[in-house]
Design a protein around this ligand. Structure first.
Ligand code: SAH
Length: 220
């Protein structure tokens, strides 16, 4: 992939991207490393060219198969919350999708393991991130409800699709001191929840409303 494609022109230019960063700051994102990462990851290469002119709008966009690339604010916010207690060494992501959240995280944590249930999305995301030169992500085509026990436990787990109830298997793969962030609930009534594990056990905190695609069992 050419340098020019990464850099972007017109509606995907540096100025357009900067407007998104200003918006994220206005919406309350404070972590400068997260903002810098969002500034440098070219979101337009994660979506269809027909939609590229909308890549730096703060909105979710379709990526095929009824799935979406998450809203930049949500990506920034979930990343900021995950990193709030310090650096993360081993992170599990459920719902690779186009790979945008993984790409943002890859510059901020040591290792990421990401799982996608739809094979076509898994293949495309893996190829895209390899082309970008990202080396600290391992990809799996599988059902995220099962997590990825062999690579755990994880200091951070991020789920980018919403189950109706929290999958206990994922909680069981969270390390002591670890943080898990995920949307939970049915369409129209999801809440973003942060789980933390300490000596007293698991604590949960509701962070606010969310609107993600559903977490679905099985692979396609
Ligand atoms: N992280 C993406 C968001 C993709 S949308 C981004 O950066 O924009 C959520 C993704 O979760 C979809 O691709 C969907 O196929 C996937 N998904 C849903 N249920 C899943 C499951 N049980 N295991 C793995 N992936 C799942």
């Amino acid at each position: 992939m050419s340098e020019a494609r990464f850099a972007g022109i017109g509606m995907t230019s540096a100025r357009t991207r900067e407007r998104l960063i200003q918006r994220l700051i206005e919406q309350g994102i404070k972590n400068s490393e997260v903002l810098e990462r969002i500034r440098s990851v070219p979101r337009h290469i994660f979506i269809d060219e027909a939609l590229a002119s909308r890549a730096y709008e703060d909105t979710a966009l379709p990526i095929g198969f009824g799935q979406t690339i998450s809203q930049p604010f949500m990506v920034a916010y979930m990343t900021e919350v995950l990193l709030e207690a310090g650096p993360l060494y081993n992170v599990l992501e459920i719902g690779t999708g186009c790979g945008y959240q993984s790409a943002v995280l890859s510059g901020l944590v040591s290792n990421i393991h990401t799982i996608e249930r739809i094979e076509s999305l898994f293949i495309a995301a893996k190829r895209r991130l390899k082309e970008m030169g990202v080396q600290n992500i391992s990809f799996r085509h599988g059902d995220g409800y099962e997590g990825w026990r062999a690579k755990g436990p994880y200091n951070g787990i991020i789920v980018t699709a919403a189950p109706v109830e929290v999958p206990p298997t994922l909680l069981s793969q969270l390390a002591m001191g670890g943080r898990l962030i995920m949307p939970v609930g049915v369409d129209g009534a999801q809440q973003l929840i942060l789980y933390t594990r300490n000596e007293q056990g698991l604590q949960d905190k509701i962070l606010g409303p969310a609107a993600f695609v559903p977490l679905q069992a099985g692979v396609l």
